[in-house]
Write a protein that binds this ligand. Structure first.
Ligand code: ARG
Length: 577
């Protein structure tokens, strides 16, 4: 693994143990990049609290006990007890050379790969996919790519809402119309609306729809046949959207709610026998310690409704059991909006009590905030209704096209169209990924499409610029290390760039744990910014031969990091711009 933080930790750890004794083995070293030095360690503050000694003194004691090192050139106490650490330039150069020679850019494959289920996207087929599903789709796709790259066995699961009462109405409407619209998502929502209108306005139709639900739930073969046709038609709409978004989610990844329908009866029976579920007001519920309503009443997880039907919770319990036992997952991720956090907490707790969760398995709700408009309220279309995703992506393409036409007017038409597609889709995805997922996210066209700041266009432009430098120099950009030159780190701007590049593998490993793609975005942005500082300060093409090839190697490595990082976010890069 290429990770300066790990290498520095080894030295700092030895010094902390020398000061603190065995307790130092597990102390949090808190080593991070810093403006004041290459890295800073904050460990002395915590150790000082334990020893009840002044932090400055403890920091000095740690610095004094740092063993001789090939990694660190110097260490100094700063401020109230921080330790500033600088790396040897030869160490940085050597790590960069290792990274250059490695097709995986120093990213290590997990020693103990986890089978990880990522439940994401999961729209409801009886409604139009909304911006919340867009967030889940973009975040989940990126997390699946990152975990896969870290060597885990990733199983994508699209928990489609493809079952339940609305399907009675939709099947009847499809039978009346003879089709469920073509592949245009807008037609699909018109289809839903028409079915709903008929249901509300035509009692005979409503009757038929209700009878159809009963037939569907009792497994009537012709009804199932119609249902299958409806699902196929609607699934092709979402397939088109995934394709436009470059989301790696296929029909094979679909494990919709209907899949678990035959198992719900058994699940509820099992929970009842285990004493976890009991009847309450005609429904069957699980009551769990610690889950109470605002009024202090025990909060039920309803697994069987009063009318005898099964709902969302029962389906999720069946799905979780399947994932743990049949798919043998060690880690199950649910990329779903924050409002469902209590639902998942209760489902996870129930599964644990039912004994389905093996020791060490991790169940995680990867929650995210709402998508807001610039007024701070739920994002709405101009007409005031929910925003249609296909309209949103069309607008992204139009806006990106206008920008590319203006900036790159010398490129030919087809080329500009291709770049606009990469920029438009990339900008929408990046803006979502770059903000801390748990916070509400404000959708803002001009911010996501600007070439300044932490945006997709900025990173794409940095990449395209490097590619153009490499083309001018005649450097083959595709292969790992090429050219004999070893990298040399002389100037401060080279050093600053080196430090950012070397953060890449460690950042990815951390994102695999915290499931926060915005940290990867931040790191790519810092890398691109450091590149621009480097390119301003350090001549590349006109430098003397040894310096030139070292700097070209830095350029190429930067481009590889940016392209790989964006790819892991599910974003393409243009070769020129
Ligand atoms: N279809 C659900 C919704 O739109 C999301 C499903 C998330 N996954 C799950 N296993 N519950 O709210």
């Amino acid at each position: 693994m290429i990770d300066p933080v790990l290498d520095i930790s080894a030295s700092v750890r030895a010094a902390v143990v020398a000061v603190l004794g065995a307790a130092g083995e597990s102390a949090d070293l808190a080593i991070h990049r810093s403006e004041h030095a290459d890295y800073q360690a904050d460990v002395a503050l915590a150790v000082a609290r334990l020893l009840k000694r002044p932090p400055k003194e403890v920091a000095a004691a740690i610095v004094e006990r740092l063993p001789p090192s090939d990694v660190l050139s110097d260490a100094r106490v700063s401020g109230p007890g921080f330790i500033n650490l600088n790396c040897r330039p030869e160490y940085l150069a050597m790590q960069l050379d290792r990274m250059r020679a490695d097709s995986r850019l120093g990213i290590e494959s997990a020693l103990h790969p986890d089978t990880t289920v990522v439940d994401f996207s999961s729209p409801n087929l009886a409604k139009e996919m909304h911006v919340g599903h867009l967030r889940s789709t973009i975040l989940g796709d990126s997390l699946a790519r990152i975990l896969d790259c870290l060597g885990h066995r990733v199983i994508r699961q699209n928990h489609l809402g493809d079952w339940g009462t609305p399907f009675g109405m939709l099947i009847e409407h499809m039978l009346d119309e003879g089709a469920a619209g073509n592949n245009d998502v807008r037609e699909l929502s018109a289809f839903y609306r028409a079915a709903r209108l008929k249901f509300d306005g035509d009692p005979q139709f409503a009757d038929r729809a209700r009878r159809r639900v009963v037939l569907l739930q009792s497994g009537d073969p012709p009804t199932l046949e119609h249902w299958r046709r409806l699902i196929d038609a609607t699934t092709s709409h979402i397939d088109a959207l995934y394709k436009q978004l470059h989301v790696a989610l296929s029909r094979d990844d679909i494990a919709g709610e209907s899949l678990y329908n035959p198992r719900l009866e058994g699940i509820v029976g099992e929970l009842e026998r285990a004493g976890l579920a009991r009847s309450s007001d005609g429904a069957v519920c699980v009551f769990l310690p610690g889950f109470v309503s605002r009024e202090g009443q025990p909060l039920p997880l309803i697994v069987r409704k009063q009318d005898g039907g099964f709902g969302y919770a029962a389906t999720d319990l069946a799905a979780l059991k399947h994932r743990l036992q049949a798919l043998r997952a060690h880690r199950v991720l649910y990329v779903v909006g924050a409002p469902q956090s209590q639902h998942f907490a209760m489902v996870f707790d129930t599964a644990r009590r039912a004994g389905w969760v093996p020791e060490g398995a991790r169940l995680e709700h990867v929650a995210f905030g709402s998508v807001l408009g610039q007024d701070g309220k739920e994002l709405k279309s101009r007409a005031g209704g929910a925003v249609s995703l296909s309209a949103l992506l069309d607008e992204a393409l139009l806006r990106a096209r206008a920008i590319v036409d203006e900036r790159s007017s010398s490129l030919e038409e087809g080329e500009r169209a291709r770049i606009a597609e990469i920029v438009g889709i990339g900008a929408v995805k990046y803006a979502d990924l770059a903000s801390d997922r748990i916070r509400d996210y404000v959708f803002n066209w001009s911010r996501m499409l600007t070439f300044e700041g932490n945006t997709a266009p900025y990173l794409m432009y940095a990449y395209a610029r490097i590619r153009s430098i490499l083309r001018k120099a005649g450097v083959d950009a595709a292969t790992p290390a090429s050219g004999p030159a070893a990298v040399r780190i002389d100037s401060p701007a080279e050093r600053a760039l080196a430090l950012e590049i070397l953060q890449f593998p460690g950042t990815l490993a951390r994102v695999g744990e915290t499931l926060q793609p915005h940290r990867l975005c931040q790191q790519l942005f810092r890398t691109a910014t450091a590149f621009s500082g480097f390119y301003d300060a350090c001549p590349v093409l006109n430098a003397e031969p040894a310096v030139r090839s070292s700097r070209l190697a830095l350029c190429k490595l930067t481009a590889r990091v940016l392209a790989r990082g964006l790819e892991l976010l599910g974003i393409d890069v243009p070769e020129s711009m």
